[in-house]
Design a protein around this ligand. Structure first.
Ligand code: 4JH
Length: 418
C-alpha cells in the first residue's frame, strides 16, 4: 500500500469539518476588520527565501530542482510571496493594503524527528501604513479571533516588544546590521535551548561578554516602567511601545497584552513592534506571532514600503482548543434523507430528492437497497432532521411519508406540496 508522505496529514471529513470551522473563524475575524483575502502559488523560486542569516525557516526549505533545472521551493511562509505580489503592483495598488490568506506552508528538516512538514498558517498583513495603529489593529484581529472561539485573557497572553529595544541596546555597543539580525535569531531560540548553547552561539557571531550580559539583563525586562529606567525617556523604542500600549488600551485589550523584552521573533526581516501569543499555562509553543517589517522590499531588490503582519498556524491553536474543551461538535449539514422502499420506487425517490434540493434543502439520497431500519439509523447518525420515505401504496396516491426525528411525528405529504 502506498503511504502518506512523511510529516503530512490527511483530513478525513470529521477533521475537515474542524479545519473549515477554524478557517471560518479566521476569515470572520479578518473580514470584521475590513481585510480582503488573497492567494499565491504554493511553489516559488527558491531565491525568494535565500536570506542567509541562520533563520530556521530558510534552513528547512522543502526545495528541489524542476525539470528545467530551476531551483524551486514549496513556500515555508507567505510573507515573501505577498511581498512579491505587492512589489509587482506597488505603483497602482491603493494603500494601505489590508489582506489575509490561509496558505499551506511547508518545511523539510535535515534532522530526523517526527515533526510535521506542513501546516496551514493564517496570515494577516497591512502594507503602506507607518502608523503604530496598524500594529494595534493586527492585535485586535487576533483577540477578535480568540474571543470568537471561546478563549479569554485567562487562557492567553499576547507578549509585545519591539526590535528597536535590542537594536538601540546593541547599537550603543557597536553591533548593527547583520550582527543585530543574527543576534535576534539566536535570542529567539533562548527558551528552547540551554543557556550555554545560546551564549556560545552569541560569542561565535562576535559578541563579547559585556554585550552578552547586557542582552541578558535587557531581555529580562517585563514592564514598560522598567524599560524606561533602562533605556531612558528619549528612547525611540520606549516611545513606540508607549503609543502601542495606549492604543491597545483604547481597543480594550489591556487584559490580553503584556510587555516582554524577550520577544524578538526568529525571522530576519522584523524592524519594529513584535508580538507573540502564548497560553498562560506555558505548556505549548507560541500560538501565533508577527510584527513590523518595513525593509523587506529593499532586501528583495525593490523600494521599501512599511508593512506589518502576523502568522497563525493551525496546529498549536487546535491543541489549546482541545485542552480547553472548546472544539465544536461538527454537525452534518444534511437536512433530509430520502429512501425508496423498493427498487421500483427509485425513480420516484430521485424526483423527490430533486424537488427538495431545488427548494434549497440539503438531501442525502440512499443509493442502495436498504431496509427502513437502516435508513432510520443512518438519518440519526448523520444528524439529519427528516427521513423522507417513498412507499408503494402512498406513492400510488401521490404521497410521501415524512418522519420528523425531533418530534417523532410522521405525516403523509403530497408530492405537489413538497
Ligand atoms: C514551519 C514552516 C512550514 C511548515 C511548518 C512549520 Br509544519 C515553521 N513554523
Amino acid at each position: 500500500m502506498v503511504e502518506r508522505p512523511r510529516g503530512t496529514r490527511d483530513f478525513y471529513p470529521e477533521d475537515m469539518g474542524l479545519r473549515n470551522w477554524l478557517f471560518e473563524k479566521f476569515r470572520a475575524a479578518s473580514i470584521a476588520h475590513g481585510f480582503e483575502e488573497y492567494d499565491a502559488p504554493i511553489l516559488e523560486y527558491e531565491e525568494l527565501y535565500t536570506r542567509k542569516q541562520g533563520e530556521e525557516i530558510t534552513q528547512q526549505l522543502f526545495n528541489f530542482e524542476d525539470k528545467g533545472g530551476r531551483k524551486m521551493s514549496l513556500r515555508p511562509e507567505m510573507t515573501p510571496s505577498l511581498a512579491r505580489m505587492v512589489m509587482a503592483q506597488a505603483k497602482t495598488l491603493p494603500l494601505p493594503i489590508k489582506w489575509y490568506s490561509i496558505p499551506q506552508c511547508w518545511r523539510y528538516e535535515r534532522t530526523q524527528r517526527g515533526r510535521g512538514r506542513e501546516h496551514y498558517q493564517w496570515n494577516v498583513d497591512i502594507w503602506g501604513s507607518e502608523s503604530t495603529a496598524a500594529d494595534a489593529e493586527l492585535i485586535s484581529i487576533m483577540v477578535h479571533f480568540f474571543k470568537s472561539v471561546g478563549l479569554s485573557s485567562k487562557n492567553l497572553e499576547i507578549r509585545v516588544s519591539s526590535r528597536k529595544v535590542l537594536e538601540e541596546v546593541l547599537g550603543s555597543l557597536g553591533i548593527e546590521g547583520e550582527g543585530f539580525t543574527k543576534t535576534c535569531i539566536i535570542i529567539d531560540k533562548m527558551d528552547k535551548l540551554p543557556s550555554e548553547v545560546v551564549v556560545n552561539q552569541l560569542s561565535e557571531i562576535g559578541l563579547d561578554i559585556e554585550a552578552i550580559s547586557t542582552i541578558q539583563h535587557v531581555l529580562g525586562i517585563r514592564s514598560l516602567d522598567e524599560l524606561v529606567q533602562t533605556m531612558g525617556e528619549e528612547s525611540d523604542a520606549v516611545a513606540e511601545l508607549s503609543v502601542l500600549f495606549q492604543m491597545m488600551e483604547s481597543y480594550g485589550l489591556t487584559d490580553w497584552v503584556g510587555f516582554d523584552a524577550s520577544i524578538v521573533r526568529g525571522l530576519a526581516y522584523y524592524t519594529g513592534p513584535v508580538f507573540e501569543a502564548h497560553d498562560r499555562n506555558g505548556e505549548l509553543r507560541a500560538i501565533c506571532g508577527g510584527g513590523r517589517y518595513d525593509r523587506l522590499l529593499s532586501s528583495l531588490g525593490g523600494n521599501d514600503m512599511p508593512a506589518t503582519g502576523f502568522g497563525f498556524g493551525d496546529m498549536v491553536i487546535m491543541e489549546l482548543l482541545n485542552e480547553c474543551g472548546l472544539l465544536p461538535d461538527i454537525a452534518s449539514t444534511c437536512e433530509d434523507v430520502v429512501v425508496a422502499l423498493s427498487e421500483e420506487l427509485r425513480p420516484a425517490a430521485m424526483s423527490v430528492a430533486s424537488k427538495l434540493r431545488n427548494k434549497g434543502r440539503t438531501v442525502d439520497l440512499i443509493l442502495d437497497n436498504k431496509k427502513l431500519k437502516w435508513a432510520f439509523r443512518h438519518t440519526e447518525r448523520i444528524g439529519a432532521s427528516r427521513l423522507v420515505m417513498i412507499m408503494p401504496e402512498e406513492w400510488k396516491a401521490g404521497k410521501i411519508r415524512i418522519k420528523d426525528l425531533k418530534t417523532g411525528n410522521e405525516e403523509d405529504v403530497s408530492f405537489i406540496d413538497l
